[in-house]
Design a protein around this ligand. Structure first.
Ligand SMILES: [Zn+2]
Ligand SMILES: [Zn+2]
Length: 122
């Protein structure tokens, strides 16, 4: 009576037991270096040296790419001081206008000093 073959585990190949590190992007290539940024193993073709450190292509591109702010945000940030300046100028003009109105509304005899004599009844 032979036991069923399924119970006996098939011999696993040595390669599967101790797998060599493979390139993340190239399954058939051996990883020669590790990216200091993402920690992935990469082959010689995928790895790039930058400032004496090894990066994979995506990490290298991310590090060397210039920081580009969003255009919509940039236009708003450029517009904001303009709006603030226009607002402050408007407030200044309005303030002077109201001051002029108040000064113009004061009767001219106020400056004579007669208004005070009338108020106190001489
Ligand atoms: Zn990386
Ligand atoms: Zn590779």
């Amino acid at each position: 009576m032979n036991p069923p073959a399924a119970i006996i585990p098939p011999p696993v190949p040595a390669r599967a037991v101790a797998p060599r590190r493979r390139c993340v992007r190239h399954e058939e290539r051996e990883a020669v270096a590790r990216c200091v940024d993402c920690g992935g193993g990469f082959c010689r073709e995928c790895i790039t040296e930058h400032e004496n450190r090894l990066y994979c292509a995506p990490c290298f591109a991310r590090r060397t790419a210039p920081a580009t702010p969003k255009p919509a945000r940039r236009s708003w940030s450029g517009l904001r001081p303009l709006l603030l300046g226009a607002g402050s100028v408007f407030c200044l003009v309005l303030g002077f206008y109201l001051l002029g109105r108040v000064l113009a509304s004061i009767p001219s005899d106020f400056h004579d000093g007669t208004i005070w004599r009338e108020a106190v009844g001489r």
